[in-house]
Design a protein. Structure first.
Length: 286
């Protein structure tokens, strides 16, 4: 699979005209009506709830509010969820408009300049422009669970809203890219120049989920050493979020790092051997 994966989750925040808004007396009746108005209305414009959610979406919202220590007794969360699901079901959203033609994505990554550093202009730093076409990954596709797992491992905070009905994953079929590395350092690139080649790596792809779980559960110290000894990253609770033939993606909170393998691996056995050898190298550097 030669593609770049982008998660384009769009949360609709409906702005309602005054004539269409609920008044305090118009909230749906139910045992949680007043508690709902007092608790939710204390922080939010609850007229926006008219857009509604699926039952799974409301469960995610409730869990998110619990994480923020919303002042509601524990025994009332269940009735509150029932009230929301019953009275605010998901309403029809405007249909998405699919535009034909290629997509263009600019990827710019730079460090915030420190005082007195040069250059001051972020655009003077290297940047990559990727050209291609986006295709939506449908929820019932066989590829969606793997895509979802890998994305949430990389961006765990997204789990708060990844279950919403208006959240979707999109894959970019890359056609070409253009690298601007600075003055007189530009190059046109082919898709294969910027994508990981997965040809012949079916065994590794099938073993990836188990390998990631095994490393994070049983060899967390080795993962930490990969980051601080081989990549020069600051110490932290480093975890592996993904593995592929070219390397490993590491995360520690909001920090991310990419660990490139010395050579390509395509099987579970080769991956295991590579991780052991690099762990030994990291320990030797301690």
């Amino acid at each position: 699979m030669k593609s770049l994966l982008f998660a384009l989750g769009t949360a609709l925040a409906a702005t309602l005209p005054a004539s269409a808004q609920y008044t305090a007396k118009e909230w749906p009746e139910g045992p949680m009506k007043q508690r709902f108005a007092n608790t939710c209305g204390g922080c939010h414009d609850i007229n926006r709830l008219r857009v509604g959610y699926t039952p799974e979406g409301w469960l995610t919202v409730v869990r998110m509010m619990q994480n923020f220590d919303t002042p509601l007794p524990a025994e009332e969360w269940g009735p509150m969820l029932d009230y929301l699901i019953k009275n605010f079901p998901e309403r029809a959203r405007p249909a998405a408009v699919i535009l034909d033609g290629p997509a263009k994505v600019n990827i710019r990554i730079w460090d915030v300049p420190t005082q007195g550093s040069r250059p001051h202009d972020p655009l003077a730093h290297p940047r990559l422009t990727v050209l291609g076409v986006f295709a939506r990954i449908e929820r019932d596709s066989t590829d969606e669970p793997r895509v979802r797992r890998r994305f949430l491992a990389r961006h765990p905070k997204s789990e708060l809203y990844a279950g919403f009905g208006d959240f979707a994953f999109w894959r970019m079929q890359v056609a070409s890219a253009h690298l601007n590395g600075g003055f007189a350092r530009a190059a046109d690139l082919k898709a294969e120049d910027v994508l990981t080649d997965l040809a012949g790596a079916d065994e590794l792809i099938a073993a990836e989920e188990g390998a990631v779980e095994h490393m994070n559960t049983d060899h967390a110290e080795a993962t930490r050493l990969y980051a601080i000894k081989l990549l020069g990253e600051e110490d932290g609770a480093w975890r592996i979020s993904g593995l592929d033939p070219d390397g490993a993606d590491l995360t520690a909170g909001d920090r991310t790092a990419r660990f490139a393998f010395p050579q390509r691996v395509a099987s579970a056995g080769a991956l295991r051997q590579m991780l052991v050898e690099l762990a030994n190298k990291a320990r030797a550097a301690s």
